[in-house]
Design a protein around this ligand. Structure first.
Ligand SMILES: Nc1ncnc2c1ncn2[C@@H]1O[C@H](COP(=O)(O)OP(=O)(O)O)[C@@H](O)[C@H]1O
Ligand SMILES: [Mg+2]
Length: 369
């Protein structure tokens, strides 16, 4: 078990800075997920924690001790990669025992560790098989098992499920949750899949272009994204963005006027905002409703996709350059080309300033930290 603190960590390759201002606290036993688009620095950050990459500047502490210059094997960390890196000619047992053998561990101790890990992962009946006789999910379990036998203080997982098909990914996702419940070890998990991040994490770290955009619980990131990037990244389908201008400001929120002349009321704290400011209203598809007139903006229907239990309406609007998606009841029909008014109640709206920073929403007091 271990806590980690990252202070002002940066990573440079020659002159190019690929990560900067990385400040993060990870508590003992926490399940932390790094999420962000491809190339944002998730693996680099994880590799710096593991000791596989030098830290260009800043401090990495594990349990209060600076470990920047401590070699990977001495950090008490085990890392599982996307490619499982199993030895094809060895049985599962030998694959899992290999690291301990190298470390000179005694045979009975190795045997206990391997059998314990295999039991935790439900692969104890497969120990005599070779990797090619296993499914992708089972191979992944062996790679995790190998990490468990080392009894690390911290587990690092770099996109462990990205080679598996969708159904197996869901199953293995639940396995990771169970594994964490059972071992209670600090885990850091990298993914570009926001559903994995939402379902597994105690704490999500959203990265973009080498920066931390926001750190928080899955609920906080969904309900109170700090900026447009996080708002657009967390949630699926992604949040709709409508460009507008502040028309009026009162104690209970802001009225935004669109170029179409229509308006949307938004329940945000009315500080640092004044009439005439350029703003963006954010509304998630699940809160975007067809309504008969008081609020929202006129859009042109493009298509409807039915999912059985619900449907998504795709629409175009001059004030929403990325298009608009609304979740509608499953049997509601609209013709292509039909004009509709789409909007949301004020407490379902988000508001962003011209720099993409979010205004504080009125509903935030109902959220857990
Ligand atoms: N050895 C390297 N030399 C130069 N740039 C690198 C090297 N490794 C990674 N990078 C750059 O660092 C950035 C982050 O990469 P990476 O951590 O692999 O992203 P992610 O895991 O989020 O997809 C990328 O822009 C990548 O091109
Ligand atoms: Mg990566």
């Amino acid at each position: 078990m271990a806590s980690l603190t990252l202070r002002d960590i940066a990573k440079r390759y020659d002159e190019t800075e690929v990560m900067r201002n990385i400040n993060l606290d990870i508590a003992d036993g926490e399940f932390v997920v790094f999420v962000g688009p491809s190339g944002c620095g998730k693996s680099t950050l994880m590799r710096m924690i593991a000791g596989l990459e030098d830290i260009s500047s800043g401090d990495l502490n594990i349990d209060g001790t600076r470990v920047n210059d401590i070699p990977p094997a001495k950090r008490g960390i085990a890392m599982v990669f996307q490619s499982y890196a199993l030895y094809p000619h060895m049985t599962l047992y030998d694959n899992m025992a290999f690291g301990l053998k190298l470390a000179g561990t005694k045979k009975p101790e190795i045997d206990a560790a391997v059998r314990n890990a295999a039991k935790i992962l439900h692969i104890d009946h497969l120990l005599d098989r070779k990797p090619k006789q296993l499914s992708g999910g089972q191979r992944q379990r062996v790679a995790i098992g190998r990490a468990i036998t080392r009894k690390p203080k911290v587990f690092l997982f770099d996109e462990p499920l990205s080679n598996l098909d969708a159904a197996l990914r869901v199953k293995m996702r639940l396995e990771f949750a169970r594994l964490h419940d059972e071992l209670k070890t600090t885990m850091i998990y990298v993914t570009h899949d926001q559903v994995e991040a939402m379902t597994l994490a105690d704490k999500i770290v959203v990265l973009s272009a080498g920066n931390i955009e926001q750190v928080g619980s899955p609920n906080r990131l969904y309900h109170a994204p700090a900026n447009r990037f996080v708002a657009g990244f967390i949630g699926s389908p992604k949040m709709n963005f409508f460009e507008g201008t502040v028309q009026s400001v009162t104690a209970d929120g802001v009225t935004v006027r669109y170029d179409t002349g229509e308006t949307q009321r938004v329940a945000v704290e009315p500080s640092n905002v004044k009439e005439g400011d350029k703003v963006t209203v954010g509304i998630r598809p699940e809160h975007t409703h067809v309504n008969s007139g008081e609020y929202g903006v006129s859009v042109t229907t493009m298509a409807i996709e039915s999912l059985g239990d619900a449907a998504y309406l795709y629409a175009e609007s001059s004030v929403a350059p990325d298009g608009v998606i609304a979740r509608i009841p499953p049997l509601e029909h609209h013709d292509r080309g039909e004009t509709l008014k789409l909007g949301a109640t004020p407490d379902h709206c988000h508001l962003f300033d011209a720099n993409g920073q979010a205004f504080e929403r009125k509903i935030i007091e109902v959220l857990a930290a």
